[in-house]
Design a protein around this ligand. Structure first.
Ligand code: ADP
Ligand code: ADP
Ligand code: MG
Length: 669
């Protein structure tokens, strides 16, 4: 085994590799760009080397700098992670030339699988089933058109050098072929520097099922079973699971053996994934990814193995730790990729600081203890306070669950997603929750068109539990103000303002996402406390939960619990599986900001005076409530911007006042 390796990557995969190194007593070296000086992966490794500017082309893709970093730190091997240089032949070649072990397949295997067209020719020779199509060298447009016409539409044009879901065009009709071909070639040339294309029969409602393979340098090769990654957006995976649901033992074995044959055909070494497209029980080779895959954890959860440990052992020349007959699947695992992105805006990546980040139970799974399959595993490359930048993949975390059955795993995944709290960038957490709860996914009716076909249901605006969130936010506000020494509490008005023997207090809130204003009005009459909000008046009480940010409330017959993260005047309420951001209309603070020192108190909006809480001559503390106004069906309390003496009250109860009108005069002191 190696003494020290360098990890040529960042984010969650770099942290993931570092975790196994630590467990095996292998020293790890991180590399980092300007943007990543304080990144989690740097902290996760024993040493770190700066390799350049934020842009990947100036750092994580700089082969010579990474090789130099490995040399300078005495690393014997380099783990490339996924993405970046992981499938780059030149990089594997440069490692070899420098006498450093590349933790991945031999250069020849990367080259053989790097071209989808050439790979298909090899697979054909190895008797691996292929999607009907054309993957020849002759790229004459007229020939390609004839091939497509002969195949029958729809067909799929693919950039032979493509990846990451890019460089593909579905062509529905013969007359559209020429234009699609030209556009596919343009994209292929600009994205991959190579405009070769291949044509495949476009399968309708197929599944994406892939097989994890592993091979050693001694001729051993096994398959670690399958994963279903059919749930995709823009041909990119969103949810993955192992094992693929509904495969017969016979099909499972046939796919596994085909995948091993594919690996053997290119003298493969290390971890690889053979991707198949399936319709019914028929499966066809699509491509081989010659690296560790993003979704490898689901395979780890069902096999109880650490695939990074296997990678290190195989790269160090050891035989595969287990033979095919010793491998088995136990239970079911699901992975959801949590991204900083906005699903309702076409999954546009979102950036920003992670002001608040809580993942279920906050567990960091300890990888590699085969006996222990944690029910929830979080693989993440970021911590609270870190920033999602535009430079790299906006993945926040992978949430992985394991259960005895798919049903168990699904229930765990739903609960785990409900427990995620992310404040800062937009995320796809709610979208993932809708996905895992939607009927086709729950019943494993999987195919690559699932998201598109159920678009309306998955993207329909859902009513938010605003009433419940308001109740919790009011409780949290009360708790905060009660423990706050500023004395500017809206609740202190309770002591001052009595109507008909009871008291009433209103708070203004704004739903940040919809920019809708709400008021929550509390009334106490004898023992009965009521809350009026969202058009209903109901009995109300609230309490603190066990955790610091946990709250509960009863409104009428509804009991609700949730977590509230307070960011200034914005209360992020996580309850009933969704997040609601409510901004407290803290007029006192605004009055203090704007009126301070002027000795004047003005109306923040046009409205009606509904209570005057002080008389001329009254000496007041800073923040003391002075006048209550009503406007836009909400009540606002005007507080003293500073301690002082009220010298004049200019309006009485029932008076209409204009925006900016002076309400009373306060002599500071
Ligand atoms: P998976 O491992 O799930 O199959 P992909 O093959 O889509 O995932 O890609 C894995 C990682 O590699 C992703 O982080 C993706 O951003 C990156 N990646 C893959 N292909 C490309 C490409 N052609 N250009 C840029 N990044 C890529
Ligand atoms: P990439 O290198 O971008 O991962 P793949 O060849 O693996 O490209 O294809 C990516 C996705 O495109 C698949 O997971 C599947 O959803 C879809 N796809 C690929 N080939 C076909 C096909 N022949 N028919 C229908 N869908 C396909
Ligand atoms: Mg693929």
């Amino acid at each position: 085994m190696f003494n020290k390796i360098l990890i040529a990557n960042r984010g969650e995969i770099a942290c993931r590799v570092a975790a196994t190194c630590r467990r095996l007593g292998v020293k790890s070296v991180a590399v980092y760009s300007d943007a990543d000086a304080n990144a989690k992966h740097v902290a996760a490794c024993d040493e770190a080397v700066h390799i350049g500017e934020a842009a990947a082309a100036q750092s994580y893709l700089r082969i010579e700098r990474i090789i130099a970093a490995a040399r300078a730190t005495g690393a014997e091997a380099i783990h490339p992670g996924y993405g970046f240089l992981s499938e780059n032949e030149d990089f594997a070649q440069a490692c070899e030339a420098a006498g450093i072990v590349f933790i991945g397949p031999p250069v020849g295997a990367i080259a053989a699988m790097g071209s989808k067209a050439a790979a298909k020719a090899l697979m054909h020779a190895a008797a691996v089933p292929l999607v009907p199509g054309y993957h020849g060298d002759d790229q004459d447009p007229a020939l390609l058109q004839r091939e497509a016409d002969a195949m029958g539409y729809p067909v799929l044009l693919k950039a032979s050098a493509g990846g990451g879901g890019k460089g593909m065009r579905v062509v529905e009709r013969s007359e559209d072929f020429a234009a699609a071909l030209a556009s596919c070639k343009r994209e292929a040339a600009s994205s991959f520097g190579n405009d070769r294309v291949l044509i495949e029969k476009y399968l309708t409602r197929p599944r994406h099922v892939e097989v994890q393979v592993f091979a050693d340098k001694l001729g051993g090769a096994v398959y670690l079973f399958d994963r279903d990654c059919s749930v995709q957006r823009r041909h990119q995976k969103v949810l993955e699971e192992a094992p693929a649901p509904g495969l017969s033992d016979e099909v499972r074995r046939a796919m596994g053996e085909s995948a091993v044959a594919a690996a053997r055909a290119v003298q493969y070494v290390g971890a690889g994934t053979v991707e198949f497209i399936m319709t019914g029980a028929d499966f066809y080779f699509m491509e081989m990814n010659t690296r560790l895959q993003v979704e490898h954890p689901v395979t780890e959860m069902v096999t109880g193995l650490d695939l990074v440990e296997w990678q290190l052992r195989v790269a160090a020349g050891e035989p595969l730790p287990l033979e095919q007959s010793q491998l088995a699947v136990q239970g079911h695992a699901l992975e959801a990729r949590i991204y900083a992105e906005n699903p309702s805006r076409g999954f546009l990546p979102s950036t920003g600081t992670l002001k608040h980040l809580r993942m279920p139970e906050g567990v960091e799974f300890t990888i590699g203890s085969a006996a222990q399959r944690a029910p929830v595993r979080i693989d993440s490359g970021v911590r609270e306070g870190d920033t999602i930048t535009p430079f790299y993949d906006p993945m926040i975390a992978k949430l992985i669950v394991h259960g005895a059955t798919r049903e168990d795993a699904l229930a765990r995944m739903q609960r785990a997603l409900e427990a995620c709290e992310v404040v800062g960038p937009h995320t796809n957490v709610e979208f993932l929750h809708r996905l895992v709860t939607c009927e086709p996914f729950a019943s494993a009716d999987l195919d690559t068109g699932l998201i598109e076909r159920h678009h309306d249901a998955l993207f329909a605006p859902q009513p938010k539990p605003v009433r419940e969130a308001l109740a919790l936010a009011c409780g949290a506000l009360y708790a905060r103000e009660a423990s706050d020494a500023r004395g500017a509490s809206p609740w202190s008005a309770l002591a001052h303002w009595r109507l008909n023997g009871g008291y009433t207090q209103s708070l203004g809130w704004r739903d940040v996402d919809t920019d809708t204003a709400f008021s929550a009005t509390f009334s106490q009459d004898g023992d009965a406390q009521t809350l009026a909000c969202a058009g209903r008046v109901e009995r109300y009480s609230w309490w603190h939960g066990a955790g610091a940010n946990e709250y509960g409330a009863t409104i009428g017959d509804t009991r609700v619990t949730g977590r509230v993260f307070i960011d200034g005047d914005v209360f992020h309420v996580f309850c009933l599986g969704t997040a609601v951001a409510l901004e407290w209309q803290n007029l006192l603070a605004h009055a203090a900001d704007t009126e301070h020192g002027e000795g004047r108190l003005t109306a923040p909006m046009p409205g009606k005076v509904i209570a005057v809480l002080v008389e001329p001559g009254a000496v007041v503390e800073k923040g003391a409530p002075l006048i209550v106004m009503e406007a836009m069906k909400m009540e606002h309390t005007i507080g003293a911007p500073t301690a002082g003496k009220v010298t004049a009250v200019l309006y009485g109860v029932g008076d209409q006042v204009a925006d900016g009108a002076q309400l009373l005069v306060l002599e500071a002191g």
